[in-house]
Design a protein around this ligand. Sequence first.
Ligand code: AMP
Length: 290
Amino acid sequence: MKVIRTIQEMQEIVKQLKQNQKKVGFVPTMGYLHEGHTALIDQARNNNDIVIMSIFVNPLQFGPNEDFDKYPRDEMHDKQIAEDHGVDYLFLPTVDEMYPDQMGISMTATDRVNVLCGKSRPGHFSGVITVLTKLFHITQADDVYFGNKDAQQVAVVDQLISNLNFPVTLHMIPTVRESDGLAKSSRNVYLNGKERSEAVYLYHSLCLAQQKIFDGEKNPAIIVNEVKKYIQSNTSGTIDYVEILTFPTLQPIEEINQQFIIAVAVQFDKARLIDNFMMSADGKIDHIAL
Ligand code: AMP
């Protein structure tokens, strides 16, 4: 595995790869790698000749009171994991390398961002599409891999790719969970012992929603209420949202009669956790096609 720190070197390598007709799979991350990330790498490895992974904690997607400075970082550990999973090129630019000057062009995500995390993190997805536009240009990826856990990110990237005609295919990989069901996340390290034992109730709350649907409940508002009550009575966290929406268009639904996503976000003391299930109208877990 080769570690690349400059855009110029990455672009020179990519030019060569393209001349040699190599199919490039790309996995963008913010590092502190866990099995959720490696599931993306493994899929990229299966589908492509070459796998590029980026690790870049993108300041543009963090709000002023968010955890940019404290975001967990561990380059040595990440290099080892990337190497063990067959990454060919690990792209590790600095903030100065990615944003040497104030950008003279700004990108704003306007659709699919007024719900869920986009609502409570204004500007977040504009930061995400800006860095991804740069990374898609730099890597010239044929395939790009994202996790279902960050479902709204997938929805917004789907829009970015189609609106700006990026010649890249988006793949969504199912959420990887701890043995008790908690979705793996770099931010889980912020949880104290009590919060860690409570955090699993996000997953259980989604299972409860699924059970309601199995029992015949069709009213999204009733399910959302039950899920909120359940999270409130089992955790010390503050609910940011519980929403039932279409996917990937993220529109509200009146009745559970089509594929949908139920997504939750809960703020603990230092960690804001998110999770979701994508389901068909009968409550079966679904991988909704983009
Ligand atoms: P991050 O480093 O948190 O920005 O995540 C990088 C990529 O890994 C994103 O596409 C995430 O959706 C994905 N990812 C993070 N956690 C998981 C997980 N538990 N299961 C599957 N994918 C994940």
